[in-house]
Design a binder for this molecule. Sequence first.
Ligand code: NAD
Length: 507
Amino acid sequence: MTSLTTENHPPAPAAGENTPAGTEREAELLARVPVGLYIDGTWQPGSGEPIIVVDPATGLELTRIANADVADGRRALDAAVAAGPAWAATAPRVRAEILRRAFDLLQERREDFALLMTIEMGKPLAEARAEVGYGGEFLRWFSEEAVRIGGRYGQAPEGTGQMVVSQRPVGPCLLITPWNFPLAMATRKIAPALAAGCTIVIKPAELTPLTTLLFAQLLEDAGVPAGVVNVITTSDSATVAAPLIADPRLRKLSFTGSTGVGRALLRQAAEGVLRTSMELGGNAPFLVFADADLDRAVDGAMLAKFRNIGQACTAANRFIVHASVAAEFARRLVARVEDLRIGRGTEPGVTIGPLVNDAAVANTERLVRDAIDRGATLLTGGFRPDGPGSFYAPTVLTDVAPDSDLLRQEIFGPVVGIVTFTEEDEAIRLANDTEYGLISYVFTENIARGQRMIAGLDTGMMGLNTGLVSNAAAPFGGVKQSGLGREGGLEGIHEYLSPKYTLIPAS
Ligand code: NAD
């Protein structure tokens, strides 16, 4: 090894410097990002102390943004409620064309969004560009879906009348998004909501709010009318969100984030019997069978594990590898991992950025220490590089004991933990032995085995010989405690629609 030396680490910032650590281009971009609350089509100051947004690669302040309190949140909901009837009555074609314009504008402004995500969240620029591509597809897909909101017509079986089923927007929605995919998690909710005719209040994560603010400006430029999209940023999400969820005018809560917070929000949503969509945590098994193409499995592992520095709900969390190929799989994987280059995501050639903050690094360190204490073997990594920023070296552990926290909790860091199996049934049992059920990855060249895995693995999604499945045209979501509902695909728009059945008796 290794490329994981301090030479690859970003240079320490000048002492006392409290301005963006990056280039003039970054400073120019940051100067264009709106920093207010976006309510009823205007940018407004927040009532609380400004939120400081930090670059996780340097620990330096990027900018300060508005901090909403309860009254600000309520004003945002007032705006969404007031704009609701006109937006619901707007022709689907008009809604579709606004979304399509937003898609086109995003392509034009692609580099701004990619750079902004890299500096506020840390992902390498190439990955940020890929997220602009993925996130943008939800705008295009739902612009196409907006004009295909179907209904149903039929005869009552008794012949006593006509049955008509139409679709109506559910009404004002609160959308709460996480920090790890600042653009895609927003577009995956905003696009179907708008396509369905719903108005929204969106609350991005306080760690990475800038992308959503810049995106709100893009939506305004695309022609979204005032009040249809409102953005509130706050350092006190629980206090600001609770009265909105309790407000009888709100009709839908869509949340992406951790299972713990999702559970708490579901309890609150029960009070008003709100429609809910919950995209929660994962603990993805990554199964490699003896008949797998090992190079393909290693390619898949690099994507499924190290994309977004391991900070994805879809990240492979448990590597369950047949005992006969485990040593060779680990050897090839370590070789690839030691070629990763750590650093600030804006630097050419960097493939591993920082984790989102120091708490994330401390959590990763804790999980690795626990696994080693329980007998795991460290093959590479396992340390925090010197220098500023919230970095953790890509790590591979093998012989991980079943009771290790690494296998039971979401890692959310660049750490591979390998366990072995010998029988197919045992692999399925290990894979399903979790409260989560978002995604599984299976590597086998045996079609019949692949089909048995589709049936046997208890997850909402599966990658068969691939480490990346996300697609705007596919239903994304989990079973068990990974969530409720689906985003994307033909299913996605129905999260924001209510069927209305009308009976017309035969005359
Ligand atoms: P988080 O649950 O801490 O926060 C998510 C969002 O909820 C943030 O905007 C946060 O400010 C807000 N929030 C936190 N507590 C709240 C409360 N009491 N009331 C209202 N809002 C509250 O999650 P995170 O750390 O931002 O994101 C990582 C988690 O998200 C991981 O568990 C990951 O698996 C999950 N995730 C899931 C998906 C999916 O599609 N299933 C996608 C991305 C991330």
